[in-house]
Write a protein that binds this ligand. Structure first.
Ligand code: MSP
Length: 651
């Protein structure tokens, strides 16, 4: 950990056009975990969350419900705040972009950027995606019309606009990424951003005249028909929340130790935001950490499918801390995650019930039976130094993992002492120690278990604050910076205590507790049983298994057919020119003419095997193959469910 005493942690501010779902809960729970961790370890922490309330999208949603945007924003913003309060999210401030102090700060930023020559007025003409609140150059659109991010149709907008000189910051941004290897996490995302910036930055339109619902320009600009672009407005929340442009009271928390975001909004945070900060002369954030996307049972969540996971329902049914643990343990940070009740139940029954809960039950049972509940640490070092040292060693490995966002690894590592404890019971068998009259050793073993549980609970408390408080109560200590200092840093042991019996923390869950959505019912997946022999080298239909590495040797890409012709004299072949996001189109000779005409194929998106050795078919060079499936009813091409940018990798 660096020597920064003050730590500032943020979530994105959530749009108020929808109510909170599991994706929002995920970002917030990670941020809450980091904030709790940093408080636990004695750092002066400020944790910010809030709502993003301006823009055309919100204006539309409000009008559709016959409400003013402000009424609508008030209503939805409150649902987010209530949910976080229900979830005991430890935020220090909940900001709303409709707060007067925030608007003041955004105006101050605009004036500063204008004053230093970074803003100029011009005319904007281009394709705008209302859903993503983003302009896209034509070259990035799918089929010249659709948004490359969400797939919805874009609208052409031509209006007078103020521009921010983003292009001016290209080199400084690249230098910043270069000098700060860990600024964008996970590192794989860093390369994406660098490539994008190297591709060239164009100046950014930062005001709109086509709607009203936004922060006005500062009065002295005398240009009342403009409102600020929502992303300028929204990003500024990270400093206005600390008083920027107003009382500046909390600005000593700046800059952010980490901005937690989802991967879909990385570009705004890793490119626009630092460029704005450079223009304002403010420090840049230390980390921008982008997590992956959550799906449900392998499917994208959407209202129309009725499969959106409501975080409150899940937490109510399965327990808030269990839900938190599942989300953070199940998915490596940055990767996509799938929510299924089965996976959640497995985590609860196995990691939490078997490994953690049972250990406490065993301790309560043993100390009750042999020592009237008394637990002493006095002889732990004498008999079980090896186990104690191992535990401390595992706990010492945790620190670097947390702010590098390897939270699933943090939890994995934290489970190792639990297995040290469970193994010690099996190995030393307290019931035999008692039979052999080795009471001191048996008591020391209980002491070992209690101390491992206590230490693990302290380090687990940022992830599972409620459950670990219960464990600590049962072990007669409190989790706070003092106990962290004493038991983790200084490796102290618990004082003698009498254990409190508590009901099992993780009663076994036998079946799903939430009604399953239609999609899940239809599938009726039978849980797979482990096969008797796992020595098989082929799948059921005799195809050889391959490793994931072998699979990734195949380059599969999305492409769009930009020209389609028949191959003269061939009944089967079409000659296609496919744009797979490279400089030159690929020519593909495809045996699909019995099912698709050249006309059908034009402008169709396809999946292309892009690293096949070129081959000649009927005298034409074929530089790829299309994915298709054929059964008795004919052949169907495999195509993406929603339009995707040409060149997107499949895998
Ligand atoms: N208002 C902007 C953020 C402005 S920050 C200055 C915004 N809001 S959002 O409500 O659409 O999304 C907020 C966060 O929720 C994003 O980080 C996004 O990645 C996350 N998620 C929304 N749906 C998600 C999933 N299905 N899975 C995981 N996270 C996703 O963007």
């Amino acid at each position: 950990m660096s020597c920064h005493k003050k730590v500032y942690i943020t979530t994105p501010i959530y749009y108020v056009n929808d109510i909170a779902h599991i994706g929002h809960a995920y970002t917030t729970i990670i941020a809450d975990t980091l904030a709790r961790y940093s408080r636990l370890t004695g750092l002066d922490t400020f944790f910010l969350t809030g709502t993003d309330e301006h823009g055309q999208k919100i204006e539309h949603s409000a009008l559709a419900r016959n409400k003013t945007p402000q009424e609508y924003a008030d209503e939805i913003s409150a649902t987010f705040k209530n949910l976080w309060d229900d979830f005991d999210i430890s935020y220090d401030k909940f900001i709303r972009t409709t707060d007067p102090e925030h608007k003041k700060g955004v105006q101050k930023a605009f004036s500063t950027m204008f004053g230093n020559g970074d803003i100029y007025k011009d005319v904007y003409k281009g394709h705008y995606c209302i859903s993503c609140e983003t302009f896209f150059p034509k070259s990035q659109l799918v089929d010249n019309e659709f948004c490359p991010d969400c797939g919805k149709a874009t609208t052409i907008i031509e209006e007078e606009s103020y521009f921010f000189r983003l292009s001016k910051y290209q080199d400084r941004l690249l230098a910043w990424y270069n000098d700060n290897e860990n600024v964008i996490l996970p590192k794989s995302k860093r390369n994406e951003v660098i490539r994008f910036v190297e591709g060239g930055l164009t100046d950014l339109s930062i005001t709109r005249t086509s709607f009203d619902w936004g922060v006005k320009l500062p009065d002295n600009m005398n240009d009342p028909k403009h409102v600020m672009y929502v992303w300028l407005d929204a990003l500024m929340n990270y400093v206005t929340a600390l008083g920027y442009g107003d009382d500046e009271e909390k600005m000593d928390y700046w800059s952010a130790r980490v901005h937690l975001i989802g991967k879909d909004i990385l570009r705004f945070h890793a490119i626009y935001w630092p460029a704005f900060l450079m223009s304002l002369g403010l420090e840049l954030p230390k980390h921008i950490a982008a997590h992956g996307w959550w799906t449900r049972d392998g499917e994208k969540m959407s209202k129309s499918k009725g499969n959106v996971v409501n975080p409150k329902e899940v937490a109510d049914a399965y327990g808030l801390d269990n839900f938190r643990y599942f989300m953070l343990r199940e998915v490596p940070f940055g990767g996509d995650g799938d929510f299924s009740q089965k996976a959640l139940i497995d985590r609860i029954n196995s990691d939490l019930g078997n490994d953690l809960g049972n250990l406490l039950n065993r301790l309560i049972g043993m100390s009750g039976k042999y020592f009237d509940g008394k637990v002493e640490s006095i002889n732990v070092e004498k008999y079980y130094k090896i186990e104690l040292d191992k535990t401390d060693e595992h706990l010492n490995n945790l620190e670097p993992l947390i702010f590098n966002m390897q939270i699933h690894r943090y939890l994995e590592e934290l489970w190792r002492p639990l297995s040290v404890a469970n193994k010690a019971i099996d190995q030393y068998q307290p019931w035999n120690l008692m039979k052999e009259g080795k009471q001191e050793e048996a008591m020391a073993l209980n002491g070992l278990i209690a101390n491992i549980l206590a230490k693990v609970s302290i380090m687990l408390s940022p992830v599972m604050p409620q459950i670990t408080t219960k464990i600590a109560d049962s072990l007669s200590f409190s989790i706070d910076n003092n106990s962290w200092q004493g038991m983790i840093n200084d490796k102290n042991l618990l004082d003698t205590f009498v254990i409190e019996k508590i009901p099992p923390l993780f009663p076994r869950i036998e079946e799903k507790l939430l009604e399953t959505p239609e999609v899940e019912k239809k599938k009726k997946i039978e849980p797979k049983k482990e096969k008797k022999s796992n020595s098989s080298t082929t799948t059921e239909d005799g195809v050889a298994f391959i490793g994931i590495d072998q699979f990734f040797q195949t380059s599969l890409k999305i492409g769009t057919v930009v020209q389609a012709d028949e191959v003269p004299k061939s009944k089967k072949l079409l000659l296609l020119q496919v744009d797979v996001g490279e400089k030159e189109n690929r020519q593909v000779v495809a045996g699909i003419k019995e099912w698709y005409s050249a006309e059908d194929m034009l402008s169709t998106q396809v999946c292309v095997v892009a690293n096949l050795k070129p081959a000649k078919l009927m005298g034409y060079l074929s530089e790829g193959m299309l994915l298709a499936a054929k059964d008795s009813s004919g052949l169907s091409l495999i195509i993406p469910e929603a339009p995707k940018q040409n060149g997107t990798n499949i895998g």
